[in-house]
Design a protein around this ligand. Structure first.
Ligand code: 3HC
Length: 295
């Protein structure tokens, strides 16, 4: 398939990443089918797209007309088979657990047309292992966006062991059509490139706080004003989801060894379901006085 043959993109998972990927695809002019496992989840994802498009228009980064047109291109689904019936490309952004993703790919393989290319937004899991669940590992690669997708420039395009060059070319072209900068990752290793660097940074920050050597605020000040990153390390953990960082780390620990052992502080936040912005609190609080969540 060539990039000009791509008209419809299905995004599986309407969460933090899924809704953002759907928004980016709709802004690029594609028809987008956004699917999640129930009306509540998919409805929330749709509302977040509407909020984000409104915000972009308010800040004059896009026109009101472009915001309205992008939203009109998004159709929501709960039924997976219906959502992929006309899909040229499927971008999967379901929770970062190997078993959940494998179940989705089993269902997807049975439902999707033969021509459809599968791209996983996994943050760290083996693209090769996920592709093996399907009958089309050559039409399968990683397409890893960064949070928030509508603002972040990079997309890692990751080759599995059997990914065809045409699939890598197609997905890199698609990232460019979406206004992004693709970086091809030829080795399918845990965390790919960005998370291999970024997640241990979050973990080390958590170990520093855990050991009492510095506070969350002190660490974040040094990250912002010393290392020059746009957000503090803990602010970023709250932005991407403490659970997302934790699961990436846990997988890197399992595959790459003890250097990646997750800090108990991260583990405690996940157990307490204080996952960052999406739950209203993480290392910081995001609720206003009325209990409404600050986006
Ligand atoms: N859509 C639309 N608007 C948004 C938005 C979204 N999704 N998210 C935030 N905004 C809005 C805010 O509401 C705010 O608007 P307001 O001032 O009217 O309230 C405005 O954007 C802030 O934008 P600014 O450009 O003024 O702010 P910043 O300069 O701080 O930029 C940022 C925001 C782009 C998020 C920047 O802080 C940043 O780059 N942070 C780092 C993010 C990052 O590193 N992400 C990668 C994480 S790793 C990852 O995702 C991988 C995964 O696998 C773990």
């Amino acid at each position: 398939m060539e990039i000009d043959d791509v008209n419809t993109i299905t995004v599986l998972g309407a969460g933090n990443m899924g809704h953002g990927i759907a928004e980016v695809a709709a802004l690029a002019g594609y028809a987008v089918n956004l699917r999640d496992i129930n009306e509540e989840f998919v409805g929330k994802g749709y509302d977040q797209i509407e909020w984000s498009l409104g915000k972009l228009a308010e800040r004059e980064q896009i026109s009101e007309a472009d915001a309205d047109a992008a939203l009109e291109r998004v159709t929501t689904y709960v039924d997976l088979a219906e959502s992929v019936a006309d899909a040229d490309v499927v971008v999967e952004a379901v929770p970062e657990k190997m078993e959940i993703k494998k179940d989705v790919y089993t269902e997807l393989e049975a439902a999707a047309p033969d021509r459809t290319v599968f791209a996983t937004n996994t943050s760290s899991l083996s693209v090769t292992e996920l592709a093996d669940v399907t009958d089309r590992p050559e039409q399968f690669c990683g397409m890893h966006f960064f949070n928030p997708p509508v603002r972040m420039q990079l997309v890692e395009v990751i080759s599995g062991a059997e990914t065809a060059d045409e699939t890598m070319d197609l997905i890199a072209d698609l990232a460019e059509e979406m206004g992004k900068t693709p970086v091809r990752v030829h080795k399918d290793s845990p965390g790919f490139i960005v998370n291999r660097i970024l997640v241990p940074l979050m973990n080390e920050a958590a170990w520093i706080v855990e050991s009492g050597d510095a506070t969350v605020a002190e660490v974040d000040s040094t990250t912002k004003y010393g290392l020059g990153l746009p957000m503090g390390t803990f602010e970023l953990a709250d932005q991407v989801g403490v659970d997302v960082g934790y699961h990436v780390l846990d997988y890197m620990h399992e595959v790459l060894g003890d250097a990646y052992e997750p800090s108990p502080l991260l583990e405690a936040k996940v157990e307490a379901e204080e996952l960052g912005k999406k739950t209203g609190s993480g290392f910081y609080d995001y609720e206003d006085g009325d209990g409404a969540q600050i986006p």
